[in-house]
Write a protein that binds this ligand. Structure first.
Ligand SMILES: [Zn+2]
Length: 603
């Protein structure tokens, strides 16, 4: 029988321990300067070297040449405390998980009184120290506070907060950390080398990922892969299969399909994923991680290889191609959408369905940001006059080429939209130009909100506060309604759409568009047909987060009664609006909040 890798490679000195120099360096200094405390607390996540360090520390303390920072390795104590040694009488390891009571603590107290059998110190290592009960700690308190000269304590725990303060304050506390991927990768490369095992490209990255920063877990995963390989080579297929990660080719395939924006290719790629038996959630996570890597590649350019430890040159090449096609703004928007969907996928009855819907949303997000390429099919709402009721066909909103009919709208607007995505600060002009695209994005997600926003426009932009003008304020009410049970308000949808299209997270307030006879008295920003904002910024700051519809109705911004009445509410589009209402009620299950007033004067 072969012993486990992590036991065979357990470090015997601080120099061999990886990823914890912030702890081991000061410890070694203390040892070499002979400033040794009588009690230590080693805390940190599991499998990152706490217990191992406690044993090394014991070895350093009891070495015949010691106390030293580098145990000699040949004295009786060093031999007994080595990897293959049988343990020393003077080093007592106690698993506090099973010896946590007051009796165990008393027992320990009694043993501590006796002098060490042979070596310098009697050392007690309490593993899982957080499991010691309150009474157990109390029984230990006295001896930890004032131990005999020959006694040392080392507490190791994943939860230092559960070690009572009076004990903790008597110890020197050394927090251990998870080991960074790059360091782990180098380490397991060396392990593979000394084991005489070859691994295919990409395998070790998966192992490091599966290990989650814990050396022990990482080595266990590697151990399992080596054990399951038919010869001395661990293949990439074997690793993805066993660890359940998505094969990189599949990730590339799906992302390429998304980048090209061709729905059929995207779903073909997705079905391939599902048919390989991939767990949908795991695939979603892998894809999100891949998008993160693409962002890194896009940002780092030639230095990307250094930031993605272990990625092969060909992988980086494929990734830079994809990253170049998509660009950081779009990738970032995609990542947002994916993170949301993944959260919703937890416990979902049909994760596969969620995955397919996610792909649809990613295609939408892509389409919106790349409006330039397909001006004719995007912008259904770009000149949505308030008259325009939702069309009957749900999937293809307003396919009329009228989108291009208004020459100012499509080309000018899409070019500014692109510029918007690229450039830094959000400008009023940029936002106004992007507004139709934002409405499109909203329309693809929720028709009722899109309908309510018909005829709306950006009235003002003050820092990150956007004022949206509505023909009548009652149309804005729909924004306060929740998107569904227990979901955020529709307002969040609007904010998300603004973020997706412009890359800027904003707050917004609403206001009624008043067809003012006198020129608007606003200074600064050009705002066509603009009334003066009536709300204060403080009010608006809280606006998007407030969702209870009733309470807010009372807090409605001050609109003079006459203005409300003055807004022409009437039988506008006749039959067409009736159809629109029916669609909303029956097809979309929504409700019409109010008649949308038509106000053609403001344009
Ligand atoms: Zn020694």
């Amino acid at each position: 029988m072969v012993t486990a890798l992590y036991r065979r490679y357990r470090p015997e000195s601080f120099a061999e321990l990886i990823g914890q120099t912030h702890v081991t360096d000061p410890l070694r200094h203390a040892l070499s300067a002979d400033r040794v405390n009588h009690a230590y607390l080693f805390s940190g996540p599991r499998g990152c070297g706490k217990t191992t360090s406690a044993r090394i520390l014991a070895r350093c303390l009891n070495c015949h040449e010691g106390p030293t920072d580098t145990p000699c390795g040949s004295c009786p104590s060093c031999l007994e405390l080595s990897r293959d040694g049988g343990g020393s009488l003077d080093v007592v390891e106690i698993d506090a998980a099973s010896h946590n009571g007051v009796d165990d603590a008393r027992d320990l107290r009694e043993r501590a009184v006796f002098a060490p059998a042979r070596d310098r110190f009697k050392i007690f290592i309490l593993d899982e120290a957080h499991m010691v009960t309150q009474q157990g700690f109390n029984a230990l308190l006295k001896i930890v506070e004032e131990p005999p000269e020959h006694v040392k304590f080392i507490f190791a725990t994943t939860e230092p907060d559960k070690v009572i303060g009076t004990i903790r304050s008597r110890t020197h506390h050394y927090p251990f950390r998870l080991v960074p991927p790059a360091e782990l990768l180098r380490y397991i490369e060396s392990v593979c080398e000394s084991e005489g095992v070859t691994v295919e490209d990409g395998v070790l990255q998966l192992v490091v990922r599966a290990g989650g920063g814990s050396v022990r877990d990482t080595l266990s995963v590697l151990d399992q892969l080596i054990a399951g390989s038919t010869d001395t080579t661990v293949t990439y297929d074997h690793a993805t299969g066993l660890l359940g990660y998505t094969h990189e080719e599949l990730l590339v395939e799906v992302m390429t399909a998304l980048a090209s924006g061709v729905g059929s290719t995207t779903f073909q790629a997705l079905h391939k994923v599902i048919h390989t038996g991939q767990d949908p959630r795991r695939f979603g996570e892998d894809l999100l991680e891949f998008v993160r890597d693409l962002i890194i590649v896009d940002q780092a350019g030639n230095e990307a290889a250094g930031l993605l430890p272990g990625a092969s040159a060909s992988t980086v090449e494929v990734m830079s191609r994809l990253a170049g096609e998509l660009g950081t703004p779009r990738l970032s928007a995609m990542a947002d959408v994916m993170a949301q969907s993944l959260a919703a996928m937890t416990g979902a009855t049909s994760p596969t369905l969620h995955l397919e819907l996610l792909m649809a949303r990613l295609l939408v997000a892509r389409g919106v940001t790349s409006a330039t390429q397909t001006p004719a099919t995007r912008h259904p709402a770009s000149e949505a006059t308030p008259k325009q009721a939702p069309e009957k066909e749900p999937a293809a909103p307003a396919p009329e080429p009228s989108a291009v009919a208004t020459p100012t709208s499509a080309p000018a607007n899409s070019s500014t939209t692109e510029a918007q995505v690229e450039t830094e600060p959000l400008s009023f002009a940029g936002l106004s130009a992007a507004w139709p695209g934002i409405l499109d994005a909203i329309g693809e997600k929720k028709r009722a909100v899109w309908t309510a926003l018909a005829g709306s426009e950006v009235v003002a932009l003050d820092e990150d506060i956007v004022t949206i003008g509505f023909p009548t304020l009652s149309s804005a009410d729909v924004l306060k309604k929740p998107q569904g049970e227990g979901m955020p308000a529709n307002a969040e949808l609007v904010r998300q759409a603004i973020l997706d299209v412009t890359g800027h997270r904003v707050r917004f307030k609403v206001q009624e568009i008043v067809v003012a006879e006198e020129p608007p008295a606003m200074s600064g920003e050009p705002s066509p047909g603009t009334p003066e904002p009536s709300e204060s910024a403080e009010e608006s700051a809280s606006w998007p987060t407030v969702s209870p519809p009733r309470g807010d109705d009372e807090a409605e911004p001050e609109i003079p009664e006459e203005e409300e009445a003055a807004a022409p509410v009437g039988p506008v589009a006749g039959a067409q609006s009736q159809v629109g209402e029916a669609v909303i009620r029956e097809v979309l299950g929504g409700e019409l909040i109010s008649e949308t007033a038509v106000d053609e004067g403001h344009h």
